[in-house]
Design a binder for this molecule. Structure first.
Ligand code: ADP
Length: 187
């Protein structure tokens, strides 16, 4: 099963992807995690990505598309995967379609997590205090929410058009939300 978890920063996509892995055994691919690992290792990719990430800007499409193209061909993706934080632009979504078509893989569901802005900001500031992520500061958070509205929200229409979009109210406890995910994807 191939899924996309779509939603603004702080919507709980990563948390739900981990719960889904425990339940269904389907791996999570988070471009944010891959990029943060590259920054931590100080690789060439990490050096390119860091400045964008700290400001809350998107890393260039060509970079993240290349990451995904390689990652989904690794053996642990055979059973399927949950894409968390990718695609984030129409260009990324079109590139993903082309990659999946070439590999003869279908997308089953795009789960759209809806959470009000005020709650997102509270969650991200809370995460800043707990995890100390360098991009969870007020300026970067504001930027990421704006970029979500400008660049990522158009993907809702894009996937609605393909009839694979499922909406979920992303407020409530993590177990409640996990149950909603189960209800829409069937596992
Ligand atoms: P959040 O959803 O809280 O913003 P992520 O871990 O998904 O956290 O992403 C952190 C940062 O990594 C983003 O602000 C962006 O700079 C970069 N990034 C992650 N995924 C992508 C992507 N698909 N396209 C461009 N940049 C990305």
């Amino acid at each position: 099963m191939q899924l996309i978890f779509l939603g603004p920063p702080g919507a709980g996509k990563g948390t739900q992807a981990k719960i889904f892995l425990d339940r269904a055994g389907i791996i999570q691919i988070s471009t944010g995690d891959i990029l943060r690992a590259a920054v931590a290792k100080g690789t060439e990719l990490g050096k390119q990505a860091k400045a964008f990430m700290d400001k809350g800007e998107l890393v260039p499409d060509s970079v993240v598309i290349g990451i995904i193209e390689q990652r989904i061909q690794e053996p642990d993706c055979k059973k399927g995967f949950v894409l968390d934080g990718f695609p984030r632009t129409i260009e990324q979504a079109e590139a993903l379609d082309a990659i999946l078509a070439k590999l003869n893989i279908a997308l089953d569901h795009v789960v759209n997590f809806e959470v009000p802005d005020e709650e997102l900001v509270q969650r991200l500031l809370g995460r800043a205090a707990q995890e100390g992520r360098s991009d969870d500061n007020p300026d970067s958070i504001k930027n990421r929410l704006q970029i979500f509205k400008d660049k990522t929200q158009p993907l809702i229409r894009y996937y609605e058009g393909k009839k694979i979009l499922r909406h979920i109210n992303g407020t409530g406890s993590t177990t409640e939300i996990a149950d909603k995910v189960k209800a829409v994807v069937g596992v």
